[in-house]
Every structure is written in C-alpha cells, then in structure tokens.
Design a protein around this ligand. Structure first.
Ligand SMILES: Cc1cc2nc3c(=O)[nH]c(=O)nc-3n(C[C@H](O)[C@H](O)[C@H](O)COP(=O)(O)OP(=O)(O)OC[C@H]3O[C@@H](n4cnc5c(N)ncnc54)[C@H](O)[C@@H]3O)c2cc1C
Length: 633
C-alpha cells in the first residue's frame, strides 16, 4: 500500500478488511485490494486533512463492529463480516457511513483495466488526433513570454458554450479575436477510458466542487478547450417556449421571446449538425424506455444530439475518443481560428483592465509558468461559466453594487434510478442519453435514458458484499433512467478560503417532492418495460421489487439528504435585467457597472431552462455576438 497516502499505518488493516468485505470479488469482477483502498482514500483529495478524514471513516466502521460483536470489523471472520454489512445496510445510523465508504470504494475500485477486461469491454479508447491547420493559431501557456502584450478587437475568456460562439461569430464578421482558456487543448488521443483520470484532467477542480446545504451536490464543469461542451453528453434541447415566455415576463421584455430566439437556435443547431440519434445507435435502453412508455401511454422520443459521427463508445462525459461530437473544440473554436482568431491555452484570466469606467482588456497568467499576458481589446467578453465568472468578479470587487454577483444559482439537481431486467441490456455499450420521456416536463421533471461506462455500474446497485458480487454477475442486465428537475430554490457562489469556490444550495420541499416523484415515475417506466428489481440511487441500500416499486417510492419519506444528487448545469449567477439594482448585466449582456465588459455564458441564463442547457447558452451567445458586433462597428 502507498505509504505516502495512508494517514495512519495502524488503520491499514481496517480499511483493507472493509474493502475486501464490501467488494469481495468471487463473481465476475476482481475483489478489492490495496490499490482500491489507496485510490478510495485519495478520491476526495490528496491533502493530509482530506485523506485523514476519509481514513477516519473506515476506522469508525471498523470500531463500530465492537458494539455489535465485541470485536473490530477487521478481526471478524468473513461470514460474520458479511452478516454485519447486511445489518448495517438497514441500520438507521450506520447505513450512511457505510454508504459513503461503499461509494468511494466502488468508484475507485472499478475504474481499472482489470474490471473492463473481466466485462469484455475496451478500457483504452482514443484514436490518433487528426492533423489540423488551425493548430497554428493555438499558443500554449508555457510558450508565453512574461509581460507579453497583445491587442485585438475582442478578448474572450473561456472557450465553452458561451465564449466559443461569441468568438467565432465576431471572427467571422472580421474582428480580431483572442481567446484565453485556462484549460488545455485535448484532442481525441487524450480521451482514453479511465473515468477518474478524465475527471482529474478535464474537469474543473478535478471534479471536486460540490454545492453544500441540506444535500451535497457535486457540481461538474469542464476545464479544457471547449469548456463543458468537450465533456458533455451531446444532448441538445432548445429552451422550451414556455420557459422563454416566463423569462420575458421576468425581464419585462420580449428580447428572449420564442420568435426572436428561433433564428439563434437554428443557426447554432446548423453549426452543430444537431439531429435525432440514428435508430441503429439508440440502443437497448431506448428500446426499454419506448416499451415502458408505450405501455403507460406516456410521451417518449429519441434525443437530439450534436454528434453526427457518433459510434456509441458511451464515454461522452469523459471526452469523445472518436472526435464525433461537435463540441466547441471541434466546431466553433476551429472555425474562429480558421478566420484568424488566436487561442491561448493554459492561461487564467485574473483581472479586467479598465480605463475611465470602461473595460479595456484582460490580464492573464500562464498556469504552468506564471508568465503574465495582457490583452487589450475594445470588447471584453467574460465566458468562464456560471461558477468561475462570479468568482472572477468577486475577487476584484467589481460589478456587484447590486449584491447579486454569485446569487440566483440554479443547478437542475439530477439523480438516477436503475433496474434489473431478465434480458441482456448491455447499457454500457450505448449512447449515455439516447432518448427521453417528456411526459412530466411541465411539472419540472425530465426523464432520460441513461447509461454509463462499466466502471460506474456498481454504483447503481445499492448493495455490498456477496450480494453485490452476485448482482454484478448480471451487470449487463441493468438499465438506468436519469431524473433531472427544474429547481425553484436558488443557491449562491461565494469566494471561500484561499479563493476557492464556496457553493451553497438548499433544496426546498418543492425540489424534494419533484425528485421523489421523478424517481417514482421513472420506476413506473422501468417496471412497465419488464424490470424485476428497482435500484433507486439514494444514500441508502434500497432494493425494491419491480411490481409496486413506484408506489413504494411515492410513499417513501425522503428528505433532501436522502438523495444522491449531481449537477451538470450551474446557471444564473450574474442575472440579466434592465434594472442595475436587480441585475448584473443588461439585456445586451453588458455589465451595468463596466462598459465594454460583456458576460456571455451560463451565468446570464435567466433561470433554469428545464432542459439540458448548452443550446440555450449557445443561442443566447449567438444573439449576444450580434449585439457586441454592432458595438464594435
Ligand atoms: C459532464 C457534463 C455533461 C453535460 N451534458 C450536457 C448535455 O448533454 N447537454 C447540454 O445541453 N448540456 C450539458 N452540460 C452542460 C453544458 O455543457 C454547459 O451548460 C455549458 O457548456 C455551459 O457553458 P459556459 O460557456 O457557461 O461554460 P463552459 O462550457 O463550462 O466554459 C467555460 C470555460 O471557461 C474556462 N475558464 C474558466 N475560468 C477561466 C479563467 N479565469 N480564465 C480562462 N478561462 C477560464 C473554463 O476552463 C471553461 O473552458 C453538461 C455539463 C457537464 C459538466
């Protein structure tokens, strides 16, 4: 075991005994070993404090066994350990720490080549990167000379859904554009297979940002060229008309009215080659969703996606190894570069340069070397995403007389539910979101077919020990549905210790009820499709028989902290509006308090769009680009 990471050598036998009992092997997949324990301990962070806390969780469970058996868990015989785990799964106090320890172990242990080999799946994906002429326009951060000064018409911070669209549209209109991107340019040879490695390399803060409140909601964002679009699922929904109407009333303007936004949606969808998933790629989960929904008489449809070349590798959220998805790094950014824009990668924008109440550029620093780069521009476009953008402003104390920078955060909390079928499903071989059920959309619930790489399948089966090992023998018969809800609550992004993001968010009874209903509705679909066991993703070990599962979920008393939630859609933290006292930017995306500073990313989306938001962000950016171009003349 890695002595560098283990906080307390005396705790090693305890952690290893728990890991071996929770993930015993003996079935299809190898059991836990020292590697799994080391990886689990370092999962939440490798600082001594975090590793120590994770280690304490294992030690606590080891000691808890004394109260039940008179001996530590690590001193018990395997049969006794197994009995204890089954008892703890239902224990009102110990099921939570056991769930957390199990979650960490499953995440760490199954992210390994041996697991893929056992499942007959390909671990190492990725092909050679294609040669591209636009690469000449890319300057890596470590090549920048300290003190470099550049001049252009528009400097764009961030190359995600907002920044890439603005940059390309301005470049296409003949303006000189400089992109500054904190992440690196990754091409398809980078996107290999390990989920954990992908999160470390391509996600903001190594995927360790979480909203805290009455639930813990890991909040994911990309940190690479293409932003979150380069690690997203390629699902493309237009903002529904009813949402745009809501926003128009809120903004007291028809600026975002459906008929005014339509041309922007059309332009973006055309650029991204958005189309329904081809029938031959919809996969078995879509077949089951269709069967279940048809039996219930509920709406379902194939997903619209921006992945025309998709070959269903199933790892979209960790970078597309086929280069099939027209994420910003493969669509808008290259188009901008081919029109003369320049992209600086690995540089972090640190401050807005100003003169006489006007933004005049950006000062940035190369992440690797610390070299300083100043880019002077007539328009400064901030498109760093809904968590980094408010932090950037708060750090400088600018544009916040309204006190609204960082507030109004919506997250679209999401969870999932899985089911065991008699028939082979092989969900891990399909497109992660190839279909959806819109039956409850107006209530604020969106259900999507869901699948994940084989390394994540164990997380969907709420069991430990030998029962888990046996269930995993049928891992290819498990299908899942994602549940995402339109939130009413609003969280906040603040500067935490050492400038780190502090994200707070409290689910109200309304979201809790929507999540519970969403899980119950999804269970109905799965049962109608023939599922014999239902595995809701809750912070407990709940396995329901197929028939009656939905009713049980309807009746289940669930508090916010009972859900296992994630967010892929932070939005709204620099609200748009006419009134400077009640918003951060105007309807033209210009900051009320700093002329020539435009904010064009998820932070200016007025509220949760109730659908996956990339097309919303891009269409708003397409509109904003026209307005910025008018200003540039
Ligand atoms: C795993 C995942 C799956 C998703 N799936 C879907 C989906 O299927 N469909 C959908 O519609 N939406 C999806 N989304 C959401 C969607 O991708 C985002 O809503 C959208 O990309 C947000 O656009 P943005 O411009 O606000 O930010 P981003 O796309 O995140 O781009 C922001 C960029 O700014 C850079 N940046 C930040 N700070 C700085 C700085 N100081 N200096 C320089 N650069 C900086 C970041 O590195 C990043 O590249 C998903 C998101 C994730 C994380």
């Amino acid at each position: 075991m890695d002595a560098d990471i283990f906080p307390d050598p005396a705790g090693r036998p305890a952690a290893l005994a728990l890991a071996r009992a929770i993930l015993p092997g003996g079935g299809l997949f190898p059991g836990a070993d020292e590697r799994s324990v080391v990886a689990a301990l370092g999962l939440l962070g490798r600082s001594p404090g975090i590793v120590g806390t994770t280690g304490a969780l294992f030690r606590m469970l080891d000691l808890a066994a004394v109260a039940y058996t008179g001996a530590r868990f690590s001193a018990l015989a395997p049969d006794r350990q197994e009995q204890l785990l089954q008892r703890w799964e239902q224990d009102p106090v110990l099921r939570r720490p056991l769930f957390l320890a199990t979650f960490l172990l499953k995440t760490a242990h199954f992210d390994h080549r041996s697991v893929y080999d056992a499942a007959g799946c390909v671990y190492e994906k990725g092909g050679p990167p294609e040669p591209a002429r636009w690469l000449r326009q890319v300057v890596a951060g470590n090549e920048i000379e300290d003190g470099l000064e550049l001049e252009c018409d528009a400097v764009v911070v961030g190359t995600g859904a907002g920044g890439a669209v603005v940059g390309k549209e301005l470049a296409e209109r003949g303006h000189a554009v400089v992109f500054l991107e904190e992440g690196e340019l990754h091409r398809r040879d980078s996107f290999k297979g390990s989920v954990l490695e992908a999160k470390r390399r391509f996600y903001r803060a190594q995927a360790r940002i979480a909203a805290v409140g009455n639930a813990l909601i890991p909040t994911f964002m990309g940190r690479l060229v293409g932003g979150s679009t380069a690690i997203n699922t390629a699902t493309c929904f237009r903002t529904p008309d009813w949402i745009l109407d809501e926003w128009c009333s809120k903004l007291d303007s028809d600026a975002l009215a459906p008929e005014r936004m339509r041309p922007h949606f059309e332009r973006v969808e055309q650029a991204l080659w958005v189309a329904p998933v081809k029938p031959e790629l919809r996969g078995p989960v879509a077949r089951l969703v269709a069967r279940g929904c048809d039996r219930l008489g509920w709406h379902h449809a194939p997903m619209l996606r921006n992945a025309p070349e998709c070959d269903a590798q199933g790892v979209c959220d960790f970078g597309c190894p086929s280069g099939a998805r027209r994420s910003m790094d493969l669509s808008y950014v290259p188009s901008a570069l081919m029109r003369g824009a320049v992209l600086h990668t690995g540089v972090r924008a640190e401050r807005v340069l100003t003169e006489a109440g006007r933004a005049t550029g950006i000062e940035a620093r190369a992440v690797a070397t610390g070299a300083v780069l100043r880019v002077r521009a007539r328009a400064v476009v901030l498109a760093a995403g809904a968590v980094p953008t408010p932090l950037f402003l708060l750090r400088q104390g600018i544009c916040n007389r309204s006190g609204l920078v960082g507030r109004n955060l919506s997250l679209h909390p999401a969870t999932s539910i899985s089911a065991l079928f008699d028939e082979p499903v092989k969900a891990h071989e399909g497109i992660p979101q190839s279909c959806y059920c819109g039956e409850f959309h107006r209530e604020g619930i969106l259900l999507s077919g869901a699948s994940a790489p084989v390394s994540l399948v164990a997380l969907m089966i709420p069991m430990t020990g030998r029962r888990l090992a046996a269930a995993l023998g049928q891992f290819d018969r498990v299908a899942s549905l994602g549940v995402m809800v339109k939130d009413h609550t609003r969280g906040r992004v603040r500067l935490g210790p050492r400038g780190a993001p502090l994200v707070t968010y409290w689910l109200t009874g309304r979201e809790t009820e929507l999540l519970r209903r969403g899980l119950a509705r999804a269970a109905e679909i799965l049962v109608a499709a023939g599922a014999k066991r239902i595995y809701p993703l809750l912070g407990r070990f709940l396995v329901l028989d197929g028939a009656g599962a939905a009713q049980k979920l309807q009746r289940e008393r669930l508090a916010p902290w009972d859900f296992v939630l994630t967010s892929f859609h932070p939005l709204g933290t620099c609200p748009m509006g006419r009134d400077p006292a009640r918003s951060v930017v105007g309807l033209d995306h210009e900051a009320h308090e700093l002329r020539s500073l435009f904010i064009v990313d998820g932070s200016t989306v007025p509220g949760p769009p109730a659908v996956n938001p990339q097309i919303t962000v891009m269409a708003m950016a397409d509109r904003a680009a026209g307005l910025i171009a008018e200003r540039l003349g």
